[in-house]
Write a protein that binds this ligand. Structure first.
Ligand code: ASP
Length: 597
């Protein structure tokens, strides 16, 4: 290696280096043979440099043979002289586009087998089959400029968040991966204990309990880039293991935590992609977010606000809506500016989105030059002026309406809102609109099991004004709960925690967690909370998703070095894998045969 060890990277040479002798090490990204003159793009993490071998001369046989034998992705060392490119060959897109290296020596450091795919030919849209292949050979996939950029962005974002918290007196403290079940509400991944036959560790769904214990320990401010594990069914863009920037603080209120979240996001966006997020983030109470955007993670890049139509529906002649209003349901309206030209087919497509979220249908009418037209407009002729005023409607608008119980009506029309924005290209790339959603309900009714679940997790504090009425009306209770949302993606969530054991017992009781179950699952925590627990609160940032958003990628897999596929498997190392009988015996395990084994 010695004499061919690199003196420069493939991303740094510019016109100022012209005339110097350099050695570059890297991979062959492209070869173009122009009969006697061969152009080579040499790639490393830092960029691409064009190398030109002129082997037309007679004394060049050895070099000609070496160059002729090159294939894509060979790992090579090149020595040569930097020279300016002729003016018509300058490539302003490339950092090194002003120069090329006249190659004088070439050493092949290693060859490359037949490639399963072209390394430089990927970015963005991958089919699923192709992604399997990329994941199988992830080490090759990561050579591409896009993936290198994503990994670097991730690194910068992580360091920036760390710095932001360090400067607020936080300590980075690690917590164990082998532990007891935690309360985030998903299934646990478990690890059998060889030393304790029949016993299992659970991998943490988050460091929630441990960070709360650290507050009790007097650590005051803790954070960790924590790996979390949740065994959930493949749905959406999830990974069985993912990373959170997890933090917790003592003697604080909600505003203090939100400020830290703002600082962490601002730093990550600044150092990651050079973007200044507008501070402070607007705060939207949950109820308003649902009413105005039909979502508890509103995308604020576009307006399209929902309006209430219930009173207009009650006064109107459309029987279905009238009855809904009388029943106590909500009728919501969405004004789609200038979209009166939508065809029946297009409206039906929007209706499918509303139905997916539980609406029975999507009613519509159009604002024509002479008033309301088509759809359900004949029922509302008498109220035209009122409707125009209530919805700020103008000729050329399309009005979309949903009637259902409040949350369903909001959510269903919210889905239509998002779909409309997608179709109309309103959700612009490169624009980032953050907000906090606050005042979430503490409890969510679980219809299937006819009981209350924690909306967030069971250690979150109810707001003070509900303390006397928790048991009487759980549905009305709002918590000191908050989410951070950017562009419709939930990127963080947290709460002020319960630190009063008596209150914790009341919340457990509403959630149907018996004393025995609480003792069995969280006994160590309840025990600890007898020893002077301080008021505390915190949050966790979904780090993968934050980086995904910054990178403009559509899946978190593209910002994780070695992700699992959608079936929670890794095609590269073939995990999960079976154990041999010896290992099973050592772990005191027996595998039950299944139909396909
Ligand atoms: N542990 C919570 C979660 O993972 C975040 C928090 O409350 O700090 O969602």
């Amino acid at each position: 290696m010695h004499e061919m060890k690199r003196t420069a990277t493939c991303g740094e040479l510019d016109a100022a280096a012209a005339g110097t002798q350099v050695t570059l090490n890297g991979w062959v990204a492209r070869i173009r043979d122009h009969g006697g003159i061969t152009f080579l793009d040499l790639r490393d993490r830092y960029g691409l440099t064009q190398v030109v071998f002129d082997v037309s001369g007679e004394a060049q046989d050895a070099l000609a043979a070496a160059v002729g034998g090159l294939k894509l992705e060979y790992c090579v060392a090149v020595q040569g002289t930097v020279r300016r490119r002729p003016p018509d060959m300058v490539n302003p897109e490339l950092a090194t586009g002003a120069i090329e290296v006249a190659g004088e020596q070439l050493v092949v450091l290693s060859t490359c087998a037949t490639l399963p795919f072209m390394v430089s030919d990927q970015a963005g849209a991958h089919t699923e089959a192709r992604e399997e292949l990329r994941l199988k050979h992830r080490y090759l996939d990561l050579r591409s400029a896009t993936m290198q950029r994503n990994l670097a962005l991730r690194h910068h974002a992580a360091q920036a968040m760390r710095e932001a918290l360090n400067s607020c007196r936080f300590l980075e403290i690690e917590t164990p991966t082998l532990m007891r079940s935690t309360p985030e509400g998903a299934r646990d991944f478990v690890v059998p204990s060889r030393l304790n036959p029949g016993s299992f560790y659970a991998l943490p769904q988050s460091p929630q309990i441990l960070k709360q214990l650290l507050m009790l320990s007097g650590c005051d401010r803790y954070y960790q880039l924590a790996r979390c594990y949740r065994d959930e069914d493949a749905r959406g863009d999830r990974q069985p293991e993912f990373t959170q920037l997890d933090f917790e603080m003592t003697f604080v209120d909600q505003d203090d935590v939100l400020e830290v979240l703002e600082a962490a996001f601002a730093a990550a966006f600044r150092d990651g992609i050079g973007h200044e997020l507008p501070l402070p983030f607007p705060r939207i109470p949950f109820h308003d977010a649902m009413n105005r955007y039909g979502s508890d993670r509103p995308d604020l890049r576009f307006e399209l606000e929902l309006r209430d139509f219930t009173e207009l529906a009650r006064a109107g002649d459309f029987g279905i809506f009238k009855k809904a209003a009388e029943r106590g349901d909500t009728v919501k309206a969405l004004r789609a500016p200038g979209l009166a030209g939508y065809s029946r087919r297009q409206v039906e497509e929007l209706e499918e989105h509303a139905k997916t979220y539980g609406a029975a249908g999507l009613a519509w009418m159009k604002c024509g030059a002479d008033g309301l037209e088509s759809g359900v407009s004949r029922f509302y002729q008498a109220q035209q002026a009122e409707i125009y005023r209530a919805l700020d409607a103008e000729p050329g608008d399309l009005l979309l309406l949903v009637a259902a119980p409040w949350r369903t009506a909001c959510t269903a029309l919210g889905a239509v809102r998002t779909e409309l924005a997608r179709r109309e290209g309103l959700a612009a790339a490169g624009v980032f609109k953050p907000c906090f959603v606050t005042d979430f309900p503490l409890f969510a009714w679980n219809e299937e099991e006819q009981r209350w679940d924690a909306e967030h997790h069971m250690f979150s504090n109810p707001q003070a004004q509900y303390l006397d009425s928790l048991e009487q009306d759980p549905a009305a209770v709002r918590g000191e709960l908050y989410d951070a949302v950017i562009n419709g993606v939930e990127l963080a969530s947290g709460s002020i925690r319960i630190h009063d054991p008596a209150l914790q017992r009341r919340v457990f009781a509403i959630l149907g967690v018996s004393e025995e179950e609480a003792a069995q699952r969280f006994g160590f925590m309840l025990d600890a909370f007898r020893y002077g627990p301080p008021p505390h609160g915190g949050a966790a940032i979904g780090f993968d998703r934050t980086v995904m958003l910054m990178a403009g990628e559509a899946t978190i897999r593209d910002v994780i070095a070695f992700p699992k596929n959608t079936w929670a498997a890794s095609p590269m190392d073939n995990s999960p894998a079976r154990l041999d009988t010896h290992q099973l015996a050592e772990l005191h395990l027996q595998v039950r045969p299944t139909a396909d084994s």
